[in-house]
Design a protein around this ligand. Structure first.
Ligand code: 5GP
Length: 113
């Protein structure tokens, strides 16, 4: 399936890319929910976290480690941040290529419905 994020990976549409390596791309969310809101996306195709094989935890690990590294580089790691991945309808997922949200830059509210 081709999503908007696949088009960003292929440079078919623009995005404010803040990090990229062989496996991961990260870019600013178009509708930020915090002063810092960056999406970390694997280059491998997985619609949801349910589709990631149990023997491939590195797919998710790379996203989390990349987000933490970005937080340290940007200087807000000690103040803190949130990383979250939505899954399917009840999780509020809207783009079906897995992605980790990094939210930072202010004290964030607790989770809710
Ligand atoms: P989800 O709801 O699937 O967890 O998160 C999808 C995120 O992608 C949303 O926060 C939404 O604002 C963001 N988004 C949707 N379309 C675009 C786009 O074209 N460019 C960028 N940079 N972000 C997008």
């Amino acid at each position: 399936m081709t999503t908007i994020f696949h088009k960003i990976i292929r440079r078919e549409i623009p995005a404010d890319i803040v990090f990229e390596d062989d496996h991961v791309i990260a870019f600013r969310d178009i509708a930020p929910q915090a002063p810092v809101h960056v999406l970390f996306v694997p280059k491998e195709d997985f619609a949801t976290i349910n589709d990631v094989p149990a023997d491939a935890p590195e797919i998710i690990g790379r996203l989390a480690v990349s987000a933490a590294r970005y937080a340290k580089e940007q200087g807000f790691a000690e103040d803190g941040y949130r990383i979250v991945m939505n899954c399917n309808a009840h999780g509020g997922q809207t783009v079906f290529q897995i992605h980790l949200h990094l939210l930072a830059g202010a004290a964030l509210g607790r989770f809710g419905t």
